[in-house]
Design a protein around this ligand. Structure first.
Ligand SMILES: [Mn+2]
Length: 363
């Protein structure tokens, strides 16, 4: 298992790689180039520049997140062909520079959604991302986009890239004729084209769950339960077709038993990487993102890490969204301090699980 940390790139992430290197047990970053619009090729030049810069700081970059899938691919429009070709070029280019895993999603328009990006946590004065379905009821998708971009404090947010949202009305209209079944068919079409290339160049695709884990705004969503992920894995049966298991996204539905889902797909070697975080439920479809430490939220982080350990997980884990603490000003969910605490906590759990296992085996 390799512990990593999400990093946006030197132009848009104010956290220097030097700081990330100083987090004990952090082997590298999960990287992204968030200025490249969905559908465009990630050129070798851009990738090389990014990868070289990370390596210069003594860190690895074997996972790239958010090579966004163009909406036309998800919609199954004829124009998807050229976007799929571009996606394939990007896969080949990334493989050439040592990338092993690509995290992506196949969610119509929105891949994650919150109603507040900085809700104060009364117990300690920190703040974190927050979701309340009740608040969402009074809002149109357009208003949510407006609020989210306004609350992002000028930082780009993955999934909320301006290019993806500028033609929102038009895209929402197009999705009216796409149901879950059609979306799955379009997904299969995409995977059938790209997975053979991934097999050839040694890349694992890792699909990220819906966040929150249920449909929103009447859009079809197909990745928020064990059964749905089983379906996605069966669309194209290949070692290159994998899951990015995000505990906070999937776990936003308390009906999803995270340790059990980790064990289920872990045994099948279907988890290429994981985002591990905790959340605190405040009511029905109402939660906030808590510190990683189990008692701060509603997940048993020990059981989650043990499920990874017991299924011989050898992929990548990163702490996920953190709170804003110690007066840090930063990208919502992606400050340095609380994520570093999270990484250390997960590392401690792993060390303890591993050593206890050895002690027990030697008995
Ligand atoms: Mn995630």
């Amino acid at each position: 298992m390799k512990m990593t940390f999400r990093w946006y790139g030197k132009n848009t992430d104010k956290i220097p790689l030097k700081y990330i290197k100083q987090i004990p047990n952090c082997s590298g970053i999960m990287g992204m180039l968030d200025d490249i619009p969905a559908g465009e090729i990630w050129t070798k030049e851009r990738i090389k520049e990014y990868v070289d810069y990370v390596h210069e700081h003594g860190l690895e970059v074997e996972v790239i997140e958010s090579v966004n899938v163009h909406e036309d691919i998800k919609l199954g429009l004829p124009s998807r062909e050229k976007y799929i070709e571009n996606y394939i070029e990007t896969i080949k280019n990334l493989a050439e520079y040592g990338i092993k895993v690509i995290v992506y999603n196949f969610m119509p328009v929105f891949d994650w959604l919150r109603t507040d990006l900085a809700r104060e946590i009364p117990e300690d004065g920190s703040n974190s991302l927050y979701y309340d379905e009740e608040e969402l009821k009074g809002l149109t998708p357009q208003k949510i986009v407006e609020n989210t971009i306004k609350d992002s404090k000028g930082f780009t947010l993955p999934g909320w890239e301006p290019d993806r949202l500028k033609e929102l009305d038009e895209v929402l209209e197009k999705y009216k004729s796409v149901d879950e079944k059609q979306l799955l068919e379009n997904f299969k079409y995409f995977l059938e084209k790209i997975i053979p290339v991934c097999e050839e160049v040694g890349i694992k695709m890792a699909v990220h769950p819906d966040d929150p884990a249920w449909p929103i705004f009447g859009l079809p969503r197909i990745a928020h339960s064990k059964e749905q992920f089983e379906k996605i894995m069966n669309l194209v049966d290949s070692p290159a077709n994998n899951i990015c298991l995000c505990t906070g996204s999937l776990g936003s539905n308390p009906g999803n038993n995270i340790p059990e889902i980790v064990r289920y797909f872990g045994k099948k070697n279907k988890i290429a990487c994981a985002h591990v975080r905790n959340i605190k439920f405040l009511g029905y479809r109402k939660f906030r993102e808590s510190a990683h430490f189990s008692p701060e939220g509603d997940f048993d982080m020990f059981e989650i890490m043990k499920a990874f350990y017991d299924t011989n997980f050898d992929g990548y884990i990163r702490p996920d969204h953190g709170r804003m603490i110690w007066d840090e000003e930063g990208r919502p969910g992606y400050g340095l301090y609380d994520r570093a605490l999270g990484l250390e906590y997960l590392t401690g759990l792993w060390e303890a699980i591993e050593k206890m296992d050895k002690i027990n085996k030697n008995k």
